[in-house]
Design a binder for this molecule. Structure first.
Ligand code: DX5
Ligand code: ZN
Length: 220
C-alpha cells in the first residue's frame, strides 16, 4: 500500500494558483474542492477552473465534488481533465452507474462519505470504486478540527477492502496535519488530503515530505 499526499488548494491563494502549485512539486496529486453553495454552504470552482489547473501543473488533479446531482454533473470534470473524480454518495442517485460512467470516460472513480454516513451499506460497491474518501470534517471549509469520531469508519473501510481483496484506495480529508495524520494511517488510510497544514506552512513542499514521513513512521 503506497503513501500518497494530496494537498488541497482550498486554503491556497486563489489569485496566484500557478505559483501556489509550484510550491508542492513532491505532492502526488492536487486536490481541488468543487463546491456549489448547495450541497455545502460555500462556492469555489467549476470545470473551467479544473481545466485551467491541468495546464498549470504537471500533477494530476483529484476533483472532490461537493455538489448536488453528481450523476449529471460529474462528467464535465472528467472532460476538464481531472484524473480522479470523487462524488458524494449523499448526492448521487445511482452511484454504481455514476462510478461506471466515470471509469468509462477514463478517470478514476471515487465515492465520498460525510462523517455521519456509514460505510457498511456500500460494502458491495467497493469493487466498482478506485477510491473511497472518508471525510474527517463536515465538508465545506478548510481549516476545521479533525473529527476523531470518523476513525472507526476508516478502520471499518480498510477491513471491508481487505475482506473483498480490492485495490481501492482509502483517502482521508479534513483536518489532516502532523498532529492527526498518524491516527489516519494507523486506521488504514493510504491517501491523505491536507489543505491548511500544507498551504499555511512556511515551506509547503517540506510539509508534504514531513506528512509522508509521519505516515511511514506510523506504519513501522
Ligand atoms: C473540506 C474539503 C477539504 C479541505 C481540507 O470540505 O473537502 O479538502 O480543503 O482542508 P484542511 O486540510 O484545512 O481541513
Ligand atoms: Zn476535499
Amino acid at each position: 500500500m503506497g503513501i500518497q499526499i494530496t494537498p488541497s488548494i482550498l486554503t491556497a491563494d486563489f489569485a496566484d494558483l500557478r505559483a501556489e502549485l509550484a510550491r508542492i512539486p513532491s505532492a502526488d496529486w492536487v486536490h481541488v474542492d468543487v463546491m456549489d453553495n448547495h450541497f455545502v454552504p460555500n462556492l469555489t470552482f467549476g470545470p473551467t477552473m479544473v481545466e485551467a489547473l491541468t495546464n498549470a501543473t504537471p500533477l494530476p488533479i483529484d476533483a472532490h465534488l461537493m455538489i448536488t446531482d453528481a450523476d449529471r454533473n460529474a462528467a464535465a470534470y472528467v472532460e476538464a481533465g481531472a484524473r480522479s473524480v470523487t462524488f458524494h454518495v449523499e448526492a448521487a442517485a445511482a452511484p454504481v452507474r455514476l462510478a461506471r460512467e466515470i471509469r468509462k470516460q477514463g478517470a478514476r472513480a471515487s465515492m465520498a462519505l460525510k462523517p455521519a454516513t456509514p460505510i457498511d451499506p456500500y460494502e458491495d460497491l467497493l469493487a466498482e470504486l478506485d477510491m473511497v474518501l472518508i471525510m474527517t470534517v463536515e465538508p465545506g471549509f478548510g481549516g476545521q478540527t479533525f473529527l476523531d469520531l470518523c476513525l472507526p469508519k476508516i478502520r471499518r473501510a480498510r477491513e471491508l477492502m481487505d475482506k473483498h481483496g480490492v485495490e481501492t484506495w482509502l483517502q482521508v480529508d479534513g483536518g489532516v496535519s502532523l498532529e492527526t495524520i498518524e491516527r489516519c494511517a494507523e486506521a488504514g488510510a493510504d491517501v491523505f488530503v491536507a489543505g491548511s497544514a500544507v498551504f499555511d506552512a512556511h515551506d509547503p513542499d517540506a510539509m508534504v515530505a514531513a506528512l509522508r514521513e509521519k505516515v511511514a513512521d506510523a506504519r513501522d
